[in-house]
Design a protein around this ligand. Sequence first.
Ligand code: CO
Length: 152
Amino acid sequence: MALRQIKHYQKDDVLRKKSKIVEKIDERTKILIDDMIETMYHADGVGLAAPQVGILKRVIVVDIGEGVHVLINPEITIEAGEATDYEGCLSVPGVKGQVTRPAEITVEGLNRDGKKIRMKASGLLARAICHEIDHLEGILFVDKTIPEDIDN
Ligand code: CO
């Protein structure tokens, strides 16, 4: 596994492009997934989408502290309620902002082995999945909020 460089939203327009469906989960895809997981943990993030490491493929990884979820070609099939909370993004360092997201979602996709998965998520997990899926459309959380500086 290897760390990948996380793209910065003001320096790389790859973050504004739409990612492509993964047609085949080959060795390259698996290496990408493993590298994304390592990169996310190294950066102390709760999620990462492939375009954040410069790859326009529909792959996200999320871990809010209860184990990693890998989702390939993720689709939100059910949304319920609304919740507003602060978010940040590894590609938008130093900034936080309140974003309204669905309170609960059902998401479908494939796991690292190409097996179909369907999972329900709420709270931070739902928020993180929605945030990462937005990345696959070239959408950043700062598009949906009034950005505030993170004071350190
Ligand atoms: Co992000």
